[in-house]
Design a binder for this molecule. Structure first.
Ligand SMILES: [Zn+2]
Length: 242
């Protein structure tokens, strides 16, 4: 009866290194994801602030129109009072030329009041439009902000889940580390610092390193066949096994 050659051949040292690699990579992934979250959260908050700032510009423009309307109404009521004063004065004057002069002022005040009223109506129409547009913008902004808030909530949930997983992952990686011999661990740590990106322990398949995909030398293949020794790819430096 033939045994499965892949199961038969695997060096226990390599097996332990592969377990360590799995757990170590998962641990590092969790740490990396956790580190990514705060800047992503900050970016979402920045988007929300930018949306509010954009809405504020529109709201300030609307407020300016309201101020303009109030100012026009104030001017109209002042002119109205002025005209009434002219009319009261007119009742008291005796001379025709004084009466006529006041009449002219009353007329001028009337023209001014008409102008102010026309302007007020224009501003009120603008205000109606602006109010509709402002409501639309508010709804748009709220929808956009809700999307960013959803993204923030999702990230917070992700962060909580990762934090919950982190301790277990750390313990698991430490346990795997303890099963690896000192020499193998030193090589693993060295390779990890050099290669930076997993995998760090890779098989040789068809004379090629599965990490860098380059052909390894015959010496490397010979050495990889010897159980209990660490062999590294002569191109990328990863720990290789057969
Ligand atoms: Zn390689």
């Amino acid at each position: 009866m033939r045994e499965n050659p892949s199961l038969m051949a695997l060096d226990p040292m390599i097996e332990n290194l592969l377990v360590l690699q799995d757990r170590d990579v998962r641990h590092d992934e969790i740490v990396r994801h956790l580190e990514d979250i705060p800047p992503r959260l900050a970016a979402e908050e920045k988007h929300i602030a930018a949306i509010e700032a954009r809405f504020n510009v529109a709201r300030e423009a609307h407020k300016a129109l309201e101020l303009k309307r109030r100012e026009l109404e104030k001017q109209a009521s002042q002119s109205e009072e002025q005209r009434n004063r002219f009319r009261t004065q007119q009742l008291a004057v005796k001379k025709n030329d004084e009466y006529a002069a006041l009449e002219k002022q009353i007329e001028a005040a009337g023209v001014h009041i008409d102008e102010l009223e026309t302007q007020t109506i224009e501003v009120m129409l603008e205000l109606d439009q602006s109010e509709i547009s402002l409501k639309g913008k508010r709804a748009e902004c709220d929808a956009e902000i809700a999307r960013h808030r959803d993204a923030i909530s999702a990230m917070q949930r992700q962060s909580a889940a990762l934090k919950a997983e982190l301790d277990g992952a750390k313990t698991a990686a430490e346990a795997a580390r303890k099963k690896v011999s000192e020499d193998a661990l030193a090589s693993y740590i060295y390779v990890k610092s050099r290669v930076r990106r997993p995998p760090y322990v890779v098989p040789i398949e068809d004379q090629h390193c599965c990490g860098c995909h380059l052909k390894v030398s015959n010496d490397v293949i010979q050495q990889a066949r010897v159980k209990g020794t660490i062999t590294r790819c002569d191109s990328c430096g990863r720990i290789v096994y057969i």
